[in-house]
Design a protein around this ligand. Sequence first.
Ligand code: AMP
Ligand code: MG
Length: 337
Amino acid sequence: MNEPESQIKPAISANLKFAAKLLREGRLVAFPTETVYGLGADATNEQAIARIYAIKSRPSFNPLIVHVADLAAAEKVAVFDDRARQIAKRFWPGSLTLVLKRQEKSKVSPTASAGLPTVALRAPANEIAQTLLKLVARPIAAPSANRSGNISPTKAAHVAASLGTAVDLILDGGACEIGIESTVLDLSGDAPYLLRPGSVTEEMLAAEIGPLQRASLEDSKKPRSPGMADRHYAPSIPVRLNATAIEPGEALLSFGPHSLTGFTAERNLSPSGELIEAAANLYGLLRELDWPGFQAIAIMPIPEEGLGIAINDRLRRAAAPSAGVDAKLAQGQGKDG
Ligand code: AMP
Ligand code: MG
């Protein structure tokens, strides 16, 4: 790739300290988490937050996830009741984001939560992210480090390819372990609401706090979560789901062993058919098949269970037509990233 990679630095101690200094000065730093790479800014700095929206072309109504080191730091930003505390103790640090009511005294920029009375919080498990949060000692807002609507980055080079020199520093911590965005659980009201499926599954959450309400695709017309666009995580060429045969000129994204033939190129999410491996490979392999020379990317069916629910959620959004409810966004300010 010929993309500018000069701002990619290995996540060694000296570079982490430099990253923390940049963040405290209001600059932007991309860093790895266990889900995807985040585009980080000091969440208490209004100007830095405004730059995130500008660089990503993210619509200003789509709030950001604010990252904190732990529950103690989170309680300074949002109001935790017993249920929220129980969930945080069970799943943090980890790939679960909680939407909660903002603390009145919170220093987090209102723009980070798009002017809403709620805020989305996550304590990531990734060691580099944890070290950075402790060094900065402030909450860090970090949406995925890509332009809005596009495929999320799971490697430092993906960040450079999408954002180029617009970001001040990219900390390279290798490939993201989980590879798919966090589960988003809304605990701001009486009923718990699953806003986005992820590797912390509905079953795991329900085992702690009972049944959840689910945000369906129809909600995207009047979304509970402002960023729930129909089309998202999308390659530049068409995506065809549940492919059981190949059309002329198609590239194949396969899953497990198969006997399909006739594809122009193939990548396999997991030759042995494992969902954890498939999630980790999903965005990187979608990128590899996103070539204008292919008619489309045909994707084999993925089982709708466990992590497969989150994978299929992302694939449905990748395959959604760009017209429709969010056509305005596609033409205008761009979509959530
Ligand atoms: P991203 O940062 O791109 O991974 O997206 C974060 C997701 O969390 C988006 O779908 C946001 O709309 C959603 N989100 C963030 N903050 C809130 C909030 N206060 N209420 C509801 N959804 C939120
Ligand atoms: Mg995103």
